[in-house]
Design a protein around this ligand. Structure first.
Ligand SMILES: Cc1cc2nc3c(=O)[nH]c(=O)nc-3n(C[C@H](O)[C@H](O)[C@H](O)COP(=O)(O)OP(=O)(O)OC[C@H]3O[C@@H](n4cnc5c(N)ncnc54)[C@H](O)[C@@H]3O)c2cc1C
Length: 446
């Protein structure tokens, strides 16, 4: 398995650009695909525009966890809906690699169990089947582990899927149901008349539409700022390594204080350093620094700072922030954000996984990649109509949790675009929390 989606991957969706559309969705990650599909399901004719390839960025590069465990309380009901949608999608589309395998958060020390207990108590109203395992129960549950943990938080109902297979498959199914997808088609700017969004201006021309959604992942703040809306969104590099096929030593997805793992459908494990991200410092990082301070104080060692982003990244120093609609925009200069993985971390992951499951012997890595995770100061996304730009709905800043919850946020975004009741309390995800003097409340960091 080589991570299949790069700018060398063939273009699969190349529909002609229409002059107008019932709705336009910007960004072909899990959020954009599911938003567009939900719009098509109610009989609308949406157009989904992707500057690179469907799922070329975070939506194919993630761990593949679909978890309710450890979620922000406001996300739990949405996540439960997402899990139910995932099951429906698997029945309809198939081949997504969907499996119910459970999630384990390991507690390195006794003291860590208290944090898990606290979350469990708060989550009681949602009737998850999460529970604590003590050291002995955990050892019985995963007998192959060289267990040095005090216990774990465990949610047997959680799911997993294969991101780089699932999201492109969902996009194909969405096309069958009436979504028009155009890859290699960047939205340069929103089209605005009389203060309201009336469509988009792409590198291939203009599309008129009075319903536009922005699901641009790490690029959302760049586009919004061009139109005078500033959101404190940053992106951090996260590295993943894929082992060769191995005997099954643990089926649940798990994480401790060193590494995270997920068993893949091809028999290997995806590994990642836990609680470790890298921030390329750029102008947005300076602008948003104060907002991110509480996160930094809570987890001072979780982020490594790098002086400058590679050329063309959304927050690189040289990235143009004042482009015009008739010239190449930053979005088409970087079709797919494909950061280099952190090689030292990759080597360490193999050693640590082998040390955790000694019966495996030496663990070999067959591939490694990285993705840029879009994060917000309070670790929850923005899912809201944009008051400053009528007709625009924003769904972005998924903070490393958007793959699992994506199908439900897609459904919610489609409802918001139609002026329908979203079916969930979205107050926690409102855009105005960054401007209205609210004290930001940090989401869980278990
Ligand atoms: C290493 C890693 C591990 C993760 N693990 C998990 C996990 O286990 N579980 C989980 O739930 N989540 C996980 N995540 C997070 C998850 O992958 C993301 O939250 C989710 O994929 C975000 O989806 P999205 O559609 O918002 O953004 P993306 O997938 O980033 O898609 C946005 C798309 O918009 C396009 N775009 C941007 N601007 C424009 C424009 N102007 N015109 C046209 N197109 C544009 C981009 O090219 C991109 O394809 C992980 C992420 C990473 C990187």
């Amino acid at each position: 398995m080589a991570l299949p989606i790069t700018d060398q991957s063939p273009i699969e969706h190349d529909a002609p650009l229409p002059n107008d559309a019932d709705a336009v969705v910007i960004g072909g990650g899990i959020i954009g695909v599911m938003t567009a599909w939900e719009l098509a399901k109610v009989g609308l004719k949406p157009v989904l525009l992707e500057k690179g390839r469907i799922a070329g960025e975070q939506s194919s590069r993630n761990w593949g966890w679909i978890r309710a465990q450890g979620r922000d309380l406001a996300e739990i009901p949405i996540m439960l809906e997402a899990q139910s949608i995932w099951r429906d999608l698997d029945a309809r589309v198939g081949g997504l690699g969907l499996a119910q395998t459970g999630t384990l958060f390991m507690a390195p020390k006794d003291g860590d169990m208290a944090g898990f207990q606290e979350w469990l108590e708060l989550a009681v109203p949602y009737q998850l089947n999460s529970r604590l395992l003590n050291a002995r129960e955990l050892a019985d549950h995963i007998p192959h582990a060289n267990a040095r943990w005090a216990g774990a938080l465990y949610t047997p109902n959680d799911l997993r899927a294969e991101p780089w297979v699932a999201v492109p498959a969902l996009a194909r199914a969405a096309v069958e149901d009436g979504v028009t997808i155009i890859e290699n088609c960047a939205v340069r700017m929103l089209d605005i008349e009389g203060g309201a969004v009336t469509g988009v201006i792409t590198e291939k021309g203009r599309i008129k539409s009075e319903r536009v959604a922005l699901a641009g992942g790490s690029w959302s703040s760049l586009l919004l700022r061009r139109h005078g809306v500033s959101i404190p969104q940053l992106s951090v590099r996260a590295t993943v390594a894929a082992t060769d096929a191995l005997p099954e030593v643990v089926s649940d997805s798990g994480v401790d204080d060193r590494l995270a793992w997920r068993r893949r459908a091809d028999g290997g494990y995806s590994l990642a350093p836990s609680g470790f991200h890298e921030l390329f410092v750029g102008p947005d990082a300076f602008r948003a620094a104060m907002g991110f301070l509480p996160q930094l104080i809570k987890d001072p060692l979780g982020t490594r700072y790098l002086l400058a982003a590679p050329k063309g990244f959304p927050d690189a120093w040289g990235t143009n922030r004042r482009w015009s609609a008739d010239k190449q925009s930053p979005f088409e200069k970087m079709r797919i954000l494909n950061p280099k993985p952190n090689a030292r971390k990759v080597e360490k992951l193999a050693r640590e996984f082998a040390g955790t499951f000694p019966s495996l012997g030496a663990v070999t890595i067959k591939d490694a990649w990285a993705g840029m995770i879009d994060v917000m100061p309070d670790v929850v996304p923005v899912v809201d109509a944009c008051a400053a730009l009528p007709n625009l709905t924003i769904c972005t800043g998924m903070c490393g949790h958007g793959f699992g919850i994506g199908p439900a946020f897609g459904r919610i975004t489609a409802k918001l675009m139609q002026g329908k009741e979203p079916g969930h309390d979205l107050n926690r995800f409102r855009l105005s929390r960054f401007f209205d003097g609210s004290t930001l409340e940090l989401g869980p960091n278990l």
